[in-house]
Design a protein around this ligand. Structure first.
Ligand SMILES: Nc1ncnc2c1ncn2[C@@H]1O[C@H](COP(=O)(O)OP(=O)(O)OP(=O)(O)O)[C@@H](O)[C@H]1O
Ligand SMILES: [Mg+2]
Length: 384
């Protein structure tokens, strides 16, 4: 049985984002809201526990799809499945069994699947009409749509649905929310004019902060003796160190409380480096890094710099080659960066799942927080 995991409610954030979706704030999200934050920082939890209930409270019809939930299923199939399920539920509630909303389409709601040939725009349009509500389609792990032509077509279909349902002078019928663990990957949906959501901006999804640290300190201290308590400040420091990932923080706290020391000494243990290696994520990155060839390391470092500087990575430009060569010189390795070798290095990095290539050829780091680790690790190495 899974242990009970107490969750911090994030009502304020849900309310703020819903206001943005409703058009009550200065920023216009009617083109689509793109939220990016690193892996394991609480995106899906927030969508399901906070944003969806907030949508329901506001009288909207949320539909949630996780494009990673079934790796064998095509994105379009997953999205239409989720809309179909929502439609069947809504129709059942309204006592409707069959509908002839569109001239060419008759819908039998008692069947589990949408009729073959239904476009996503038609499906969303029917859901909007049957429910009488604004539909909020939430696509979690949206970057997976970029791995295939089918996925990209599904994104274009959603754009068409958005334009169809948000025109005219009536209230808008559809909002699209996309989340993903990589800003670079999501950027491949919005940056260029040929991409489906060209012109939309990517918003950093706010990470858990002080409120979470206080919440978790309280939870742990309840279980510990009065003489052995964690301090909020130490936990705040530790939480930053693990990239604001709840699971990593819990792992650290568990290690301290099973004997590495007194809870009150957590801060000292961290600051003296006694616990840094247990900080999990970093040691994963380090072992992956140590297995790379100097050229692969140099390519990865330049990619990381581009990520942190928010620039796209173009592998074969003269500037990139110069930068890679400089890294190799700094590492006192053989300076063997040329186009075929860099291509080979990129292929190897993809095999190791450190680098990711979009369907149309752009490259990005698989895990953007590796860029932060590299920056930090190099800074520490420089000081040594
Ligand atoms: N508000 C919260 N309160 C307590 N724990 C949380 C909260 N949000 C997330 N967590 C915990 O953090 C972990 C990661 O959460 P979640 O799966 O939502 O992250 P994610 O960003 O969607 O990750 P992934 O990149 O793998 O999709 C989970 O163990 C979850 O229980
Ligand atoms: Mg998730």
């Amino acid at each position: 049985m899974a242990p009970v995991r107490p969750l911090l409610r994030r009502d304020q954030l849900a309310n703020a984002l819903a206001q943005d979706l409703a058009g009550e704030s200065l920023i216009d999200y009617s083109a689509g809201m793109f939220l990016a934050a690193p892996r394991r920082t609480g995106k899906s939890t927030f969508l399901n526990n906070d944003l969806i209930p907030e949508c329901i409270r506001r009288g909207w019809r949320p539909v949630y799809v996780d494009l990673w939930s079934d790796r064998d299923a095509a994105p379009a199939q997953l999205i239409s499945g989720a809309i179909g399920t929502a439609l069947a539920r809504t129709a059942k509630k309204a006592g409707i069994e069959k509908i002839n909303l569109l001239r060419t389409l008759s819908w039998d709601f008692t069947r589990p699947h949408l009729p073959a040939g239904t476009t996503l725009a038609q499906a969303l349009s029917v859901l909007h009409q049957v429910s009488g509500q604004m539909v909020v389609l939430i696509i979690d792990e949206a970057q997976h749509a970029l791995n295939s032509e089918d996925g990209l077509n599904a994104m274009f279909a959603l754009k068409a649905a958005r334009d169809h349902l948000n025109r005219g002078d009536g209230p808008d019928g559809l909002r699209l929310v996309f989340t993903g663990s990589s800003r670079d990957k999501l950027a491949n949906l919005v940056l260029k004019s040929k991409q489906p959501f060209f012109g939309a901006t990517i918003t950093p999804f706010p990470l858990l902060g002080r409120e979470y640290v206080e919440f978790i300190t309280g939870l742990w201290n309840q279980r510990l003796a009065d003489s052995n308590q964690f301090k909020v400040e130490d936990l705040a420091y530790a939480f930053d160190l693990v990239g604001r990932r709840p699971e990593m923080l819990n792992k650290l706290l568990a290690e301290v409380s099973v004997g590495l020391g007194e809870a009150g000494n957590l801060g000292d243990l961290l600051r003296t480096g006694a616990l840094n290696h247990q900080a999990g994520v970093w040691s994963d990155y380090e072992s992956a890094w140590n297995e790379l060839s100097p050229l692969q390391q140099a390519v990865l470092e330049v990619m990381a710099e581009r990520t942190l500087g928010r620039h796209p990575f173009s592998p074969f430009t003269e500037q990139t080659l110069i930068d890679i060569r400089r890294k190799l010189e700094q590492a006192q390795a053989e300076v063997n960066a040329n186009t075929p070798n860099v291509q080979k290095a990129l292929d190897a990095l993809r095999d190791k799942e450190l680098v990711w290539k979009a369907n149309r050829g752009e490259y990005a780091l698989e895990d953007a927080s590796m860029a932060e680790w590299l920056a930090r690790d190099k800074a520490v190495a420089g000081r040594r």
